[in-house]
Design a protein around this ligand. Structure first.
Ligand SMILES: Cc1ncc(C[n+]2csc(CCOP(=O)(O)OP(=O)(O)O)c2C)c(N)n1
Ligand SMILES: [Mg+2]
Length: 428
């Protein structure tokens, strides 16, 4: 008789470190800068399997740009890129303080991840459409045409909020900047972006889409559905997976990052895929350009896993000290994207510590002035302002359909009745 089998058991992945421990980042599978090959953009998806396992990097430890992915880029563009990252960091820091001061109810930072959205913004073209999550404010802050004060009015839901208080703070929407309304329902960005990209191709347009998702949200079925459609129809879309190691308090291994990479999901679905150092501004620019070129030349989708680390709390409601070592970010092997690009520019003789201090001060003054202006507007719930009931029904359809007119009339009547009822006074 054969030996009896041992009892079955499940494998539950453990995080890389808990509070009080020192994280062993050995699980990251790093490649040296410059070591990974750069295939032509018309590479067959199956031929990218090694690129989905390795890590595309350009900046070495001395801040030099090395290897086949080092992009051709003007020094002035790099300087603008660094200023964009500093702008995101300063805006985030000030808004987190504003949340603590109860000027806004909620905030989400991109601390440590600033290179990804800002460099991507430099690689796509006007008219392209991003479907971002709440951590890609860099796509907007890398541009000069989105006033900071307008973003702050959205965060405050005040009378100048372009979204009229209908979205959670941070969930911006900028059609003119190719920034699709952020949805709090994770992973919806992926199916929507693929659908938008397919529509662009059906119309014979030249615009491409860029989809955004976090490591945790790849566990949603929408992610896999989007990959299937993108592959089957060769949709002109960039599929960005931001692996910042955490989904609130869940380590990325719980979403399936332990025995494989998130980039490998793309190859498995017939999609050309790259795994890229997301804290390396030059690598992000180069890989984003490569993926955009593939989409624009009808070569199909590209999935890019950006490896990074969420330096701050998940949101202003989170306390990471309860679930991960406090010094993790300082010890993260891919470093700080701001410091790395600054070092590269210093090596080119195009940046200095003094200039960084001056730029930082100028940005902080810009952010401070915008905040004072935003605070000068009223119309928030703190001022006991209640938006008109009509605003619940407007801006959904170009022409309001009959059933909504009916519901509006009903709501007006109920509202008038409840306002007349003294018991409910003061709730408005
Ligand atoms: C469908 C859905 N499930 C759960 C949530 C709650 N939630 C909001 S953010 C978050 C973590 C997402 O982590 P990740 O995808 O890694 O993105 P990150 O926050 O790290 O950028 C969760 C679970 C949600 N908003 N939508
Ligand atoms: Mg995450």
């Amino acid at each position: 008789m054969s030996e009896p089998h041992p009892p079955l058991r499940l494998h539950v992945p453990e995080p890389s470190g808990r509070p009080g421990q020192e994280t062993d980042f050995g699980f990251l599978r790093l490649s040296p800068a410059g070591a990974v090959r750069r295939p032509p953009v018309d590479v067959a998806p199956a031929e990218t399997a090694d690129l989905a396992d390795a890590l595309v990097r350009v900046l070495d430890d001395e801040g030099r740009a090395v290897g086949p992915w080092a992009p051709e880029v003007e020094v002035e563009t790099l300087r603008r890129g660094l200023r964009a990252m500093l702008r995101v960091r300063a805006f985030d820091a000030r808004m987190l303080v504003a949340q603590r001061q109860r000027k806004i109810s909620f905030y989400m930072q991109a601390l440590g991840e600033e290179a990804i959205a800002t460099a991507h913004a430099f690689a796509i073209a006007p008219g392209d459409m991003c479907f971002p999550t709440y951590r890609q404010q860099g796509l907007l802050l890398a541009r000069d045409d989105i006033p900071l004060v307008e973003l702050m009015c959205q965060l405050m839901s005040n009378e100048r909020d372009p979204l009229r208080g209908r979205q959670l703070p941070v969930m911006y929407s900028y059609k003119r900047a190719g920034f699709f309304s952020i949805s709090g329902n994770l992973a919806t960005q992926f199916i929507q972006a693929v659908g938008w990209a397919m529509a662009s191709a059906i119309k014979g347009d030249t615009r491409i889409a860029s989809a955004w998702i976090g490591d945790g949200a790849t566990a949603e079925s929408d992610f896999h559905t989007a990959l299937t459609f993108a592959h089957v129809y060769r949709a002109p879309v960039i599929l960005n997976v931001v692996n910042n190691q955490w989904a609130i308090s869940s380590f990325q291994a719980i979403a399936g990052g332990e025995a494989t990479t998130f980039a490998a999901r793309g190859v498995g679905s017939g999609i050309a895929s790259l795994r890229v150092d997301g804290n390396d501004w030059l690598a992000v620019l180069a890989a984003s350009r490569w993926a955009a070129e593939r989409a624009r030349r009808n070569l199909g989708p590209t999935l890019v896993e950006w490896v990074t680390y969420r330096g701050g709390p998940h949101s202003s409601s989170d306390d990471p000290a309860r679930y991960r070592p406090g010094d993790d970010w300082q010890r993260f092997p891919l470093g700080d994207p701001v410091a790395r690009l600054a070092r590269h520019l210093e090596g080119l003789g195009a940046w200095s510590a003094d200039e960084q201090t001056a730029v930082q001060q100028a940005i902080e003054a810009e952010v401070g002035a915008a905040l004072r202006q935003a605070e000068s507007y009223g119309g928030t719930l703190i001022d006991n302002h209640v938006p008109p009931i009509e605003s619940l029904f407007e801006d959904v359809f170009q022409v309001m359909p009959a059933h909504l007119h009916e519901q509006l009339a009903q709501a007006r009547a109920e509202w008038a009745q409840s306002s007349a009822n003294p018991k409910r006074e003061g709730q408005a």
